[in-house]
Design a protein around this ligand. Structure first.
Ligand code: UD1
Ligand code: CA
Length: 452
C-alpha cells in the first residue's frame, strides 16, 4: 500500500518585507503564483493531502493553492507566533494519521520533487526528521544546520547562534519531512524560549535528539530551495526560474540565439527545431509547434503557432491568435482572436481581431479589421486566396469571398462575393496645372508672413 503523505504548507506570514497590498505567496514567478509552483512540486512528490496554513488574503491564497488536483484543507493561524506555531495550526489534520508529514514554505517556488522525495525516503528508512539544506556563500539570515559525527544535531537561527555557529555555511531551506506517527508529540514540545520569542519549528531537531531520536540532512542545490522575502529576491528567483526553463527547452531541441533575453511562462510549449530570436516574450498559454521561427521583439500570449509559421520581428499575438501551418505574421502586426489560415500572409502594419482568414490569403500593409463599435465586437471572414489591398478598413461584420480582391485604401462595409473586386473609395480625378497653382498660393502666404 502506498504511503499517506501530508504536506503542511505555511503561507500565513505578513509579508512585511515584500511591501505589498497582497500576500507574498501570490506574487508570480514565470507568470504563476509562487504558492502554485510549490503545490505542483508537492503533487509530483507523492503528497496526498495538503494542510494550508493561512493568515492574510486567505481567499485568494487558498484559490491559488487549489488550482491543481491536490486536496487542500485550509487552517487559519490567528496570531503570527512563529513557524512551529504555524505548523500546529494544522494540528487536527496531522492528528488524522499520516505516514510522513512534509513541511514546506509557500514562498520557495523553485522546489523540485527530487530533494523532497529523498527526504521522505530518509524518514521511511527510520529517521524521525529529514531536513533539506543547502550550501550558501552568504548564509546570513538563514538557520544553520549543525552536524556532529555526520548526523544533524540542531538547527540554530541566526539570532541565537554563536559566532562559531554563524560561520557554518550549511543552511536550513525550511523544507523537512517528519515521521507522521511522531509529528504531533514532537511539535507539541516546541517552546518560545529564544531571541525572537517565537515558536521555532527548527527546535524540533534538538527535541527529538533529546529523546534518542535521529535526524538527517538532505543537501539540495540553492536554485531548488531559495526563498523570497522582498522584491529584489523575487527578481532573483525569476531569473533562476527563467534560466532553468530556457535550458529545459533548449535541451529539448529549441534554438535560442540569445537565451538570456527570452522570457517564458510556466506553461510555454515550444517544439523542436523552432528558432526563437532575441528579446521575445511569451506570456501564459502559448504553444509553438516544431519548425517555426519567432523573430526578435515579438510578444505572444494565449496564442498557437503551427509548424513552419513565421512571426515578427515586432509582432504581437494576443489571446486566441491561431496561426496555421506556414502562416506569416510580420512586423508591427497585432493579431487577436483570429484564425490565420495555412500559408496566409499578414506581413506589415496590420490589426486583425475577431477574424477568420482563409488559406493563402494575402493581407496588405495597413489593413485594419474594424471589429468594435464601442459596445460590441463583430467578426470578419476572409476566404481562401483573397487579396486585401493595402490600407483597407474592413468594417465588421463583413465577409470577403474566396479569391476576392479589395482595392487599396478601401473602406469595406458590405460583403464582397467570391472572385469580385471591391472598390470602396472615391474615384481619382486629375486637375491639370492645379498643383502648381496651389503651390504658388502657399508660397505667397509664407512670404507675406515674413514681412510683418
Ligand atoms: C525560516 C527558518 C530558517 C530557515 C529559513 C529559510 C524557522 C524558525 N526558521 O526563517 O531556519 O533558514 O526559514 O527561508 O523556521 N510563517 C507562518 N506563520 C508564522 C511565521 C511564519 O505561516 O507565524 C510562514 C511564512 O509565511 C513563511 C514561512 O513560514 O512562508 C517562513 O517564515 P519566515 O518568517 O520567512 O522564516 P525565516 O525567518 O525566513
Ligand atoms: Ca523566509
Amino acid at each position: 500500500m502506498s504511503d499517506r503523505v501530508l504536506a503542511v504548507v505555511l503561507a500565513a506570514g505578513e509579508s512585511t518585507r515584500m511591501k505589498s497590498t497582497k500576500s507574498k505567496v501570490l506574487h508570480t514567478v514565470g507568470n504563476l503564483p509562487m504558492i502554485t509552483h510549490v503545490m505542483i512540486a508537492l503533487e509530483k512528490t507523492g503528497v496526498t493531502d495538503v494542510a494550508l496554513v493561512v493568515g492574510r488574503d486567505a481567499g485568494p491564497v487558498i484559490a491559488a493553492a487549489s488550482s491543481g488536483s491536490l486536496k487542500v484543507t485550509p487552517y487559519e493561524q490567528k496570531e503570527r507566533l512563529g513557524t512551529g506555531h504555524a505548523v500546529l495550526a494544522a494540528r487536527d489534520e496531522i492528528a488524522k494519521g499520516y505516514d510522513q508529514v512534509i513541511v514546506a514554505y509557500a514562498d520557495a517556488p523553485l522546489i523540485e520533487p527530487g530533494p523532497l522525495a529523498e527526504a521522505r525516503e530518509k524518514v521511511r528508512a527510520g529517521f524521525d526528521v529529514a531536513v533539506i539544506g543547502f550550501r550558501a556563500d552568504k548564509p546570513t539570515g538563514y538557520g544553520r544546520l549543525l552536524e556532529a559525527d555526520g548526523e544533524l544535531v540542531a538547527i540554530r537561527e541566526e539570532k541565537d547562534a554563536t559566532p562559531e555557529e554563524r560561520k557554518v555555511t550549511l543552511c536550513n531551506s525550511g523544507l523537512m519531512a517528519i515521521d507522521g506517527a511522531k509529528a504531533l508529540a514532537l511539535l507539541g514540545k516546541i517552546t518560545n524560549n529564544n531571541a525572537k520569542g517565537e515558536y521555532y519549528l527548527t527546535d524540533i531537531i534538538e527535541i527529538l535528539r533529546g529523546e534518542g531520536g535521529k535526524a538527517a540532512t538532505v543537501e539540495a542545490p540553492l536554485d531548488t530551495v531559495a526563498g523570497c522575502n522582498n522584491r529584489a529576491e523575487l527578481a532573483e528567483l525569476e531569473a533562476i526560474w527563467q534560466r532553468k526553463k530556457r535550458h529545459e527547452l533548449m535541451i529539448s531541441g529549441v534554438t535560442m540565439i540569445a537565451p538570456e533575453t527570452v522570457f517564458l511562462s510556466y506553461d510555454t510549449e515550444i517544439g523542436q527545431d523552432t528558432i526563437i530570436e532575441p528579446n521575445v516574450v511569451f506570456g501564459p498559454g502559448v504553444v509553438v509547434e516544431p519548425n517555426a521561427v519567432i523573430h526578435a521583439f515579438s510578444h505572444l500570449e494565449g496564442a498557437h503557432v503551427a509548424s513552419g509559421a513565421n512571426v515578427g520581428p515586432y509582432a504581437r499575438l494576443r489571446p486566441g491568435a491561431n496561426l496555421h501551418a506556414n502562416a506569416k505574421v510580420g512586423n508591427f502586426v497585432e493579431i487577436k482572436k483570429a484564425e490565420i489560415g495555412e500559408g496566409a500572409k499578414v506581413s506589415h502594419l496590420t490589426y486583425i481581431g475577431d477574424a477568420t482568414i482563409g488559406p493563402r490569403a494575402n493581407i496588405g500593409a495597413g489593413t485594419v479589421t474594424c471589429n468594435y463599435d464601442g459596445f460590441n465586437k463583430f467578426d470578419t471572414v476572409i476566404g481562401a486566396e483573397a487579396f486585401i489591398g493595402s490600407n483597407s478598413s474592413l468594417v465588421a461584420p463583413v465577409n470577403i469571398g474566396e479569391g476576392a480582391l479589395t482595392a487599396s485604401g478601401s473602406v469595406i462595409t458590405e460583403d464582397v462575393p467570391a472572385g469580385a473586386a471591391a472598390f470602396g473609395r472615391a474615384r481619382q480625378t486629375n486637375k491639370l496645372g492645379y498643383g502648381t497653382e496651389i503651390a504658388a498660393r502657399n508660397r505667397a502666404l509664407k512670404e507675406s508672413k515674413k514681412k510683418t
